[in-house]
Design a binder for this molecule. Structure first.
Ligand SMILES: [Cu+2]
Length: 133
């Protein structure tokens, strides 16, 4: 026979617990992992998301709070896919980036990335920036 256990908690506390549960569910692998592998979060990008630049950026960069392996780093702009001077994929690191092979022309750009954190979780994101005429 199944019994439903109801926890009598003050509303504020149960709400807090629900929030905590939701956070835990998002990182279940970390809990069952035999090692204390870290889940990574992106902390900054270069250029900043939404930036409107007066000059072309010299370098495009993603920064995380713990090491991650980048599996995709694609930059598209007014002239299509931007060729990068180096391959940002591969090493496990907190900072990833690349220098564009040529100076970026004015226009709107989008960076799309994917990666795998040390705890095995895949992550992805993207952001846009623009270079003024
Ligand atoms: Cu995780």
């Amino acid at each position: 026979m199944k019994r439903v256990v109801t926890l009598a908690l003050p509303l504020g506390q149960s709400r807090r617990n629900a929030k905590r549960l939701a956070l835990a569910a998002g990182c279940t692998l970390m809990l069952v992992s035999p090692l204390l592998w870290a889940h990574a979060h992106i902390t900054a990008t270069e250029p900043e998301a939404g930036a409107i630049l007066e000059q072309a950026p010299e370098r495009l960069e993603l920064r995380f709070d713990s090491p991650i392996r980048i599996t995709q780093f694609e930059v598209t702009g007014p002239e299509g896919t931007v060729e990068l001077g180096e391959d940002p994929l591969g090493p496990l690191a907190e900072t990833h980036g690349a220098v564009p092979a040529e100076t970026l022309a004015p226009g709107d750009y989008e960076v799309v990335w994917r990666g795998i954190a040390e705890d095995g979780h895949t992550m992805s994101g993207g952001y846009r920036f623009a270079i003024q005429e």
